[in-house]
Design a protein around this ligand. Structure first.
Ligand code: 4AD
Ligand code: MG
Length: 447
């Protein structure tokens, strides 16, 4: 007798009427005496397996009736189409003829009842098995794939940048330092400076890797370790950047809508808000953004809210400002030309108005705030030298970066997209902690 083929649950529709083998974990079990309903998950989906006493070997049925949540099992049975059968995909069940237990799981800490977030985060290594987390992390993978696909198709070359770096790339106060054989070194806060070197070699490049920020920030948008996608392109202007970003982001949202209706339903995402995310996105200047906020604050009756919205020209936006601005639009919105003083040293000043710079942030709708930040880069060697010394960066550490302006400097621009904030927005999650498999936060590095 030939053994039935091993299949994955995602492929079950192609095996109706056939006998198959499935391998996985018990998601849940309902005991109906002579009938045991086992929700089996294998990572690709969940299917209801029905163990019926009269169809099975007695010892195996007894095992089925004792299965605990998350026990690992191998089953064989016949796939049936059954309209009401729950599962992912729904509408199929497997009538079991055989079952073997690889390991009978101990009392599983995460039960179908409600648990607090801290408890779940402490059990993150197990929580990733839950269907909601499963859905989010699958969407994350598609977002990564879509972003890369779009860039690859547009002629951007993936060129990796180092994680261990000798100097700050963005801001000296948020560096994680490490001991590099007795010398100080830091974990990368950005790949940008290296991207600029790679840009001069390949024209259009991107890096995509883990990024580290030792920010003592406890907000729902901050992680100590996050993933950043950073494209950089020779001869790009700020306008080119915006045109590129809106294409990249609408493509990515579209890919999620195309591939993840099931996952979006599991996490109860309002997809109408996503269907709306098509190019073009609105563009407003920082000046206009401040005016809009000041007007809104003046019209706000609640004094507390008015205080939160208060802003003077020159100040950076806090999250209440970003949320209020984003609410004025039904799609992501670009804010460009921020004050030079609140942005990074390498940003190109606006011609004739050096107090503002050629920078652009993209604010996501629904209160998700800044998901990308970018700019045109200073390409004049003297001006860049001046900026480096003015903010007190050690010249030796930046000598190689300054070289880029000495050997064929060109106008260029780039941006960084925070993956977790993008996933939080697309999935409609209130906090970034569930958007990454193992979040690193101010009070958490376990598990
Ligand atoms: O605005 P940021 O700091 O820009 C840069 O690092 C530039 N060097 C990028 C570039 O031009 N190549 O960071 C870019 C994005 C932010 O818009 C945000 O989405 C995300 O990275 N980000 C964070 N995400 C989670 N946790 C944090 N602590 C983050 N800090 C930034
Ligand atoms: Mg920024």
């Amino acid at each position: 007798m030939s053994t039935p083929p091993v299949i994955q649950i995602s492929d079950i529709a192609n095996h109706v009427g056939e006998e198959v083998t499935l391998r996985g974990w018990v998601y849940n079990r309902t005991d109906k005496g002579r009938l045991q309903f086992i929700q089996l998950r294998d990572g690709t989906g969940i299917v209801q397996c029905v163990a019926f006493k009269k169809d099975m070997d007695e010892a195996q049925f007894q095992q089925a009736a004792k299965l605990t949540q998350e026990s690992s099992i191998v089953v064989t049975g016949t796939v049936r189409q059954e309209g009401r059968a729950p599962g992912i995909p729904g509408g199929y069940e497997v009538g079991l003829s055989g079952l073997s237990v690889l390991q009978m799981a101990e009392d599983y800490p995460i039960t179908p009842k409600e648990h607090g977030t801290e408890f779940l985060m402490d059990h993150r290594h197990l929580w990733v098995r839950s269907s909601r987390q499963w859905a989010i992390l699958r969407i994350r993978a598609t977002i990564v794939r879509a972003l890369r696909e779009w860039l690859d198709n547009e002629g951007f070359l993936l060129v990796d940048t180092p994680i261990i770096t000798p100097a700050a790339g963005e801001e000296t106060t948020t560096l994680f330092s490490i001991d590099y054989f007795g010398e100080p070194a830091y974990l990368a806060q950005t790949g940008q400076l290296y991207n600029e070197a790679n840009m001069a070699a390949f024209g259009r490049v991107y890096c995509f890797g883990p990024t580290f920020r030792a920010e003592k920030s406890k907000t729902r948008r901050h992680l100590m370790e996050f993933w950043m996608l950073e494209p950089e392109a020779a001869f790009y202007t700020l306008e080119d950047l915006m045109a590129m970003e809106e294409q990249l982001i609408s493509y990515t949202v579209q890919q999620v809508l195309d591939k993840h209706r099931t996952e979006l339903a599991i996490i109860e995402r309002d997809v109408s808000r996503l269907e709306n995310v098509t190019a073009p996105f609105a563009r407003i200047s920082y000046d206009e953004a401040v005016e809009r906020l000041q007007k809104l604050a003046a019209e706000t009756e609640d004094p507390q809210q008015r205080e939160l919205l208060h802003i003077e020209w020159g100040e950076d936006f806090g999250s209440p400002h970003e949320t209020a601005l984003a609410e004025m639009f039904d799609k992501p919105v670009f804010v460009y030309h921020y004050p030079t003083a609140i942005k990074a040293f390498y940003m190109q000043p606006v011609e004739g108005r050096p107090e503002v710079c050629r920078s652009v942030d993209l604010l996501a709708p629904e209160g998700y705030g800044e998901i990308t930040g970018g700019s045109e880069r200073i390409y004049d060697p003297e001006l860049l030298e001046e900026r480096v010394s003015k903010i007190g960066l050690p010249r030796e550490a930046y000598a190689w970066y300054l070289d880029l302006r000495r050997y064929g400097s060109v106008p260029h621009a780039g941006f960084g997209l925070g993956l977790e904030r993008t996933v939080a927005w697309i999935c409609g999650l209130p906090h970034v902690r569930e958007t990454i498999p193992y979040a690193r936060m101010l009070n958490r590095k376990y598990p």
